[in-house]
Design a protein around this ligand. Sequence first.
Ligand code: CTP
Length: 399
Amino acid sequence: MLKNKKIVLGVCASIAAYKSAILLRLLVKSGAEVKVIMTPGALDFITPLTLSTLSKNPVFSEYSDTKSGHWNNHVELAAWADLILIAPATANTIAKMANGICDNLLLATYLSAKSKVAFAPAMDLDMYQHPSVIANMNKLTQFGNVLIPAESGELASGLIGEGRMAEPENIVSFVIDYFRKTNSLNGKKAMVSAGPTYEKIDAVRFIGNYSTGKMGISIANELKNNGAEVTLILGPSNQNNIDSSINVIRVESAKEMYKACVIEAAKSEIIVMSAAVADYTPSRVSDEKIKKTANDLNLSLEKTPDILNKLGEVKKTKQILVGFALETNNEYDNAVDKLNKKNLDFIVLNSLNDKDAGFQFDTNKITIIDKKLKSQVFELKSKKEVAKDIVNKIISLTV
Ligand code: CTP
């Protein structure tokens, strides 16, 4: 199940380190190749000999091996890994990871990660609930790392509650599930557009909209998580939670977005147009700031190119084309109209009548309507979860 998968297992100073041996055994049994990095403190809890015997690989804990004079290159270890799994992850290591502290080999490898990083915390009840620990774990997930939540049960301190490292069997299930999902879009090229566009009026003003780019960025990240090679065409947005291996092309106006999308879509098998593209742009742009002289000012606007419409016209048979419809009334009919007119495989309908959904929220409520007019109505969810529903629909069309 994990054949040919390369995993760096990070072990920190926790009593749960004894479970790392069981976890390692299970990973190896499932076919994974595992290299272990221990923090210096972890050496007090379990011996490298146990872990090197089980992994059939040397165990690393220092930057260099003084006896052999060999340098344990963190960049190479990070590049080697298909997944970095830190289990157990202590409050201390989590805090250091969240703040870019790099005082041991495991942290240096984490900071050099090319792969996904998953961490399974282990700590006492009160520590696990401490606001600083929660804030650090949230920070790590915002960076794109995956939390394997602690489980409830009897803790080493004798207290009973949440804080035990997830059972090795559950961590292995997580890893298998992760690789199953990551592989599904392997080798596929995807293009996602996100954010608003700004249409210049003069040197200091523009026409824009309230889109933040959050929804499109979540979709791009999720496509990446599933193995696609992703290009994100992003209008003005201050979001910074974009997976670092996504190719980001920044644009400002609808016209710039059009040019970038046409070029990138031609190279892509999956295209998701989630940007809130301005429909009109000023016919004339003043190079200088327009002065406040007359009592009223009329702006003449002209239509922008409809990017999605164009991509629908030139759509290749094997391409999957996805659009959004943001509606305030007659939602379903308007969405179906756009689905047909723009030659889409499916459309994601947002209604501004739904509370906490749409622009600027961290949550969204969508209905997916496909070209057979099969519709799926989803609950209000975080945009990350909504992105999973959209990407799952895309995956279902690729198989
Ligand atoms: N879209 C686009 N280019 C535009 C306008 C919209 O590619 N110039 C795309 C959006 O990214 C979205 C879809 O078309 O995926 C529908 O956008 P929406 O604003 O809901 O609809 P419009 O087609 O612009 O029609 P209307 O504004 O009349 O509802």
